[in-house]
Design a protein around this ligand. Structure first.
Ligand SMILES: CC(C)(COP(=O)(O)OP(=O)(O)OC[C@H]1O[C@@H](n2cnc3c(N)ncnc32)[C@H](O)[C@@H]1OP(=O)(O)O)[C@@H](O)C(=O)NCCC(=O)NCCS
Length: 200
């Protein structure tokens, strides 16, 4: 088992780093707030014990769904959200990602895109993965626009696969291969050598 460094990824405005013990209350609040994490997703209230077990599992189990990194704004060290990844299939080589900009006032400013770019960069650098995927409710425009902006391709859809808010919803499947990621045109979120972090 390899342990990732505390802050494995840094971009122009954000860094991804491991959750700290003193912010477990904050993460627990996010985790249990359906408006924050699951406007378009399955949601179940977690007990503190379940949440702690999910956090711990995310340090050692590739299949674990729990949060792996906190999204931190570099200019003021504010925690803005969290991201995760998990092995999504027992046979196929599928690693899927998820992402939440929990600070709702920070949404629609490009932070989500930068955080996911950092996560995908980190995963391709640190693991021998041929592809990275994500699934998103067909109504979650912010989520799939973010993926498309980063070069993920819509590969299909699963009809009525995700139960939330009282009914089954169709989801889009997205993916990006390692070669597509390496060859893609990197947008302005990319940090060039020597460029200073910009303001929030
Ligand atoms: C999805 C989420 C991470 C997007 O984060 P964000 O920081 O607001 O996204 P960005 O500012 O980087 O925007 C990315 C793209 O989505 C678009 N977008 C963002 N929110 C949108 C919304 N509510 N409606 C329509 N488009 C939206 C942006 O305009 C941008 O598209 P563009 O490149 O065409 O301009 C954030 O809304 C969130 O945390 N949602 C709740 C959790 C969730 O649904 N996570 C995804 C499921 S895994």
């Amino acid at each position: 088992m390899t342990r990732a460094p505390e802050a494995p990824a840094e971009g122009p405005r954000l860094r991804l780093r491991r959750p700290r013990p003193e912010e477990r209350d904050l993460l627990f609040d996010w985790y249990n707030d359906p408006e924050v994490v699951a406007p378009f997703d399955r949601f179940e209230l977690s007990t503190r014990e379940e949440f702690e077990a999910d956090l711990d599992a995310a340090l050692r189990d590739p299949r674990a769904l729990g949060p792996r990194y906190v999204i931190e704004r570099r200019s003021d060290a504010a925690p803005l959200g969290m991201v995760g990844h998990y092995r999504a299939h027992p046979v196929l080589t599928l690693t899927d990602i998820w992402y939440v900009l929990a600070a709702t006032e920070a949404r629609r400013k490009g932070y989500g895109t930068e955080a996911v770019e950092l996560l995908v960069d980190h995963l391709f650098r640190s693991e021998d993965l041929p592809r990275i995927g994500a699934s998103t409710d067909v109504d979650n425009t912010g989520s799939f626009r973010l993926l498309e902006r980063l070069g993920f391709r819509r590969e299909g859809e699963l009809r009525e696969a995700l139960f939330h808010h009282g009914r089954y919803h169709t989801v889009y499947l997205y993916g990006v291969t390692r070669s597509e990621w390496e060859l893609r045109d990197r947008g302005p979120t990319r940090m060039s050598p020597g460029s200073p972090p910009s303001d929030p």
